[in-house]
Design a protein around this ligand. Structure first.
Ligand SMILES: Cc1cc2nc3c(=O)[nH]c(=O)nc-3n(C[C@H](O)[C@H](O)[C@H](O)COP(=O)(O)O)c2cc1C
Length: 468
């Protein structure tokens, strides 16, 4: 059997790096709330290890979580040494995604994910260690499964992560943001009056999972992006009951279809916004036709109210903002999605400004890159955008709101943002008022000089030689 990058390979890499990267929990843990509270208590202490829960009450499979808990873990997924600069992680992501690799086909007998096959009346999702994440959640959710579907018009495979509430022992909900490609594709199946076949795979190498979240064109297959990030074609095989490719080295695969004529509802559900997302009517319902898995499968969970939810998407969002700004402002120097802004809602962009107006242009381009972005803060290249305090310093010293703050009301944003509104202003809906903070300094006019420590003395002084 050929070797292929997978979740197990990543677990052993992370384990070798010690407790900052990987920790095991051997005590029995309740799948209702306890795994998440352990993760959240660690976060409170500034600790973000990838976690492996060996003994989940009522389950015979171990659970892993917090795979995307820190930038160090994201870097490790892409082969960046811990401690390297944050900007190198984005650079690696961009280089790898610029070189997509098509999937490679392997025979069904070479696919570890087919070691156990359950079909029809043997399908029982309740045997998986699904987690109940927050007290007011409407139920148990699969939070880290990748849904794989085919665009009925182009035939291109689309992937993404969506929340999936357990509905019965053979059905889960599928909640798509109306702005996302999956929602567009699902609406097309409804127009065509056809069922949408789907695969939900759980557990794989994080490079593959990050690739599944690529925010590129609907014409790009994320399977190729996953290959680029893995550095090898994603191994796929035939599914058991649907006509879709299945990642052969995944841990668990759930096969089935969504019938747009039979929908469900979900929520409330604790979200990346740190608020409970509201109850949603008329969301997709996936009828499960088969579950295949490894004999000793790991179940991969993600705490949706923890920063790992936001970081999972961050590189992809940073990269698409970088591309968008670069087209309008070639001097873009860095892009980040700070955890402080719920990641998806706010981006910081630094530019080497050479012409008046480029700060605002960079803001327009950043907002245009992705519908979820509500706030774009643009600063000069000498402001460290990985340090929130420096960005806030620039906002409060370099800009004046009447001139440098731009508001764009009634724009398509995130339906999960608690302050979002509908076409009628006091209704809930997916509209946001977008904000551009142009905190760049003028290029042609004198402006106070920022203080910088003298570079030669800074480099020369090593504190451990000076302090006793
Ligand atoms: C853990 C996780 C959960 C997510 N949940 C949802 C969700 O419930 N609905 C949704 O539309 N997007 C969700 N997203 C965001 C999408 O997966 C992401 O934006 C993806 O690129 C969308 O792909 P698409 O535009 O091809 O549909 C989630 C992302 C992550 C990392």
């Amino acid at each position: 059997m050929r070797a292929s990058k997978d979740l197990r390979m990543f677990i052993s890499e992370a384990r070798q790096l010690g407790p900052k990267f990987f920790q095991r929990v051997e005590r029995a843990v309740d799948p209702k709330l306890e795994t998440c509270v352990i993760q959240q208590k660690l976060a409170k202490e500034g600790r973000f290890p990838f976690l492996r829960f060996e003994n989940v009450v009522g389950a015979n499979l171990p659970v892993v979580s917090n795979m995307f808990g820190s930038y160090d873990l994201l870097g490790l997924a892409l082969g960046i040494d811990p401690g390297d600069q944050r900007s190198q992680i984005l650079q690696a992501f961009r280089e790898k995604t610029a070189n997509p690799i098509e999937p490679v086909y392997v025979g069904q007998s070479d696919a570890p994910v087919r070691q156990v096959i359950e079909k029809d009346e043997d399908v029982d999702l309740t045997k998986l260690p699904l987690i109940h994440h927050s007290e007011r959640d409407s139920g148990k959710y699969i939070t880290c499964g990748v849904l794989l579907i085919r665009d009925p018009d182009s035939g291109v495979i689309n992937t993404g992560m969506y929340r999936h509430e357990l509905k019965t022992n053979n059905a889960v909900g599928c909640m798509f943001n109306p702005a996302h490609h999956a929602a567009h594709i699902y609406r097309r199946y409804a127009e065509l009056k056809k069922r949408m076949e789907a695969i939900l795979f759980i557990g794989h190498h994080p490079a593959a999972l990050i690739g599944s979240l690529a925010e590129g064109s609907i014409e790009t297959s994320e399977l190729d992006v996953m290959g680029g990030l893995l550095g090898e074609g994603l191994a796929v095989t035939d599914a058991e009951t649907v006509d879709l490719p299945v990642p052969a080295f995944a841990e668990i695969v759930i096969e089935g279809y969504l019938d747009p004529l039979s929908e469900t509802s979900d929520g409330p559900f604790a979200e990346f916004t740190n608020f409970y997302g509201p109850h949603k009517e008329q969301i997709g319902l996936m009828h499960v036709t088969a579950i295949t898995r490894r004999e000793d499968a790991f179940y991969h969970d993600l705490d949706p109210a923890h920063q790992e939810h936001n970081l999972a998407n961050a590189l992809s969002l940073e990269s698409c903002v970088y591309d968008s700004v670069k087209r309008l402002v070639p001097g873009v120097t860095a892009v980040s999605f700070p955890v402080a802004g719920s990641c998806r809602f706010m981006t910081y962009v630094s530019i080497k400004k050479t012409v008046a107006g480029q700060g605002k242009s960079a803001g327009i381009a950043a907002l245009a890159a992705n519908p979820n972005i509500k706030t774009a803060i643009i600063v000069d290249h000498d402001v460290d955008i990985y340090d929130d305090s420096r960005v806030l310093w620039a906002v409060n010293t370099c800009m004046e709101a009447d001139r440098d703050l731009t508001l764009i009301p009634n724009a398509l944003g995130s339906h999960l943002n608690p302050s979002a509104y509908g076409e009628v202003r006091d209704e809930r809906g997916p509209l946001n008022t977008k904000m551009i903070f142009d905190a760049t300094r003028p290029v042609n006019k004198p402006f106070e000089e920022p203080i910088r420590p003298p570079a030669d003395i800074w480099d020369r002084i090593d504190l451990k030689d000076w302090l006793c």
